[in-house]
Design a protein around this ligand. Structure first.
Ligand SMILES: C[S@@+](CC[C@H](N)C(=O)[O-])C[C@H]1O[C@@H](n2cnc3c(N)ncnc32)[C@H](O)[C@@H]1O
Length: 371
């Protein structure tokens, strides 16, 4: 059994595929099987709702080009990192620099809201504040890779994370967390932050980094960004991408921003969680807005695809999401045949985390092939 667990992580791909905890992520094996079945070496795949970049990573590590867009900075940091991680020695050196800078953040740490002082020890909080201020994760590969490694274990099981006990995938509200820690008499773990982060780096890099074919993921709203991808897309795929593999946000299920509020704080967001009122960032409550997002995303992606491209969409099986998605796909790709493949739940998916356990919880694959 122990041997199996070790074997699961004996390649660089296996170690990097897990970057990082994110909702509704595709199981890596699922992405691998779709990429292998529908594309060949040198082809390009597109994912307009890339999340943590599972489909992109799978394509890029299998000799395909990958092009993606993701609106949530947490997903984007993970996706961009695993497509192109920085050198181990560079991020170790950067972690040490942050450790030195952390000394200047001791006072700020004591002034943070109560939640933070119960979530992190003082030295960890000072280190995180230094990382938040100094890591230029948008522009620097080294800083982004280090930020990704910090984000993965920002919260999680107390023995394994920077934080007091917390779920790794979803950050609880400050009030709930404070109440829970008090009831269970739990305090933040004492850690030497630089040594802790170096341990995480050592594990991630122990088998090296995966080799990937040239690929890109953009931090943006796909409905705005896709039209600008023509140049890069026609360079990578002169005849168009062969596969669009994606999973759009599900109607009425989650708000990727609220549930990731602590990681978003690390990336410069507000100190306390709030629902974003911004379009395409909130929970989808209006069928018309949801429909518009899907129409716009698939319409903008279509010109980047080859005529005989396959469109593979995994989505929520519940009525509203699957009905709207089906309708939109038929409208945007009238010359494709659409097959519906229901699938049982496996692993932690959005519907399992948020669903009400109703028999229609689960996911469905909508597969469009040229007719
Ligand atoms: C179901 S998740 C995709 C998960 C992904 N398959 C993975 O393996 O991580 C849907 C993603 O769409 C993103 N999203 C929502 N609206 C978007 C938009 N307008 N443009 C780009 N991404 C968007 C969400 O932030 C979320 O990460």
């Amino acid at each position: 059994m122990m041997g199996d667990i070790v074997a699961q992580f004996d390649t660089p791909e296996a170690r990097w595929a897990g970057v990082g905890p994110y909702y509704a992520m595709f199981p890596a094996r699922f992405a691998d099987s779709v990429v292998e079945r529908f594309t060949e070496d040198g082809d390009t795949i597109i994912d307009p709702f890339a999340g943590r970049g599972t489909s992109l990573f799978s394509a890029a590590t299998k000799g395909r080009h990958a092009l993606g867009v993701e609106i949530n900075p947490v997903g984007w940091v993970y996706a961009a990192t695993k497509l192109c991680p920085a050198r181990r020695t560079s991020i170790e050196a950067r972690a040490e620099e942050l450790g030195e800078m952390a000394g200047r953040f001791g006072k700020s740490a004591t002034r943070m809201p109560r939640f933070y002082r119960h979530c992190f020890s003082e030295s960890v909080l000072a280190f995180l504040l230094a990382a938040r201020k100094h890591l230029d994760w948008r522009a620097s590969r080294v800083d982004r890779t280090l930020m990704a490694i910090i984000l993965i274990d920002l919260h999680g099981k107390r023995e394994l994370a920077f934080s007091n006990q917390m779920r790794q995938t979803k950050c609880m509200s400050p009030e709930y967390a404070l109440r829970w820690w008090k009831e269970h008499g739990m305090s933040p773990p004492k850690r030497e932050p630089v040594a802790f982060v170096k341990k995480k780096i050592a594990w991630r890099y122990a088998r090296g980094t995966p080799s990937t074919l040239e690929s890109r993921v953009y931090l943006a709203d796909c409905t705005h960004r896709l039209p600008g991808l023509h140049t890069v897309s026609s360079r990578l795929a002169p005849k168009g991408a062969r596969l669009l593999l994606t999973s759009p946000p599900y109607f009425g299920v989650t708000n990727y921003h609220y549930d990731q509020w602590l990681r978003l704080w690390m990336l410069g967001g507000p100190e306390l969680p709030r629902s974003s009122g911004e379009r395409h960032r909130g929970r989808f409550q209006h069928p018309e807005h949801y429909r518009e997002l899907l129409v716009s995303a698939f319409m903008e992606a279509k010109p980047l695809l080859a005529k005989d491209a396959v469109v593979y969409v995994r989505t929520d099986r519940r009525r509203m999401t699957s009905a709207i998605t089906r309708e939109v796909l038929k409208e945007v790709f009238p010359k494709h045949d659409l097959r519906r493949r229901p699938r049982p739940l496996n692993g932690l998916t959005q519907t399992r985390l948020f669903g009400n356990g109703a028999p229609d919880d689960g996911e469905v694959d909508l597969v469009l092939t040229p007719n």
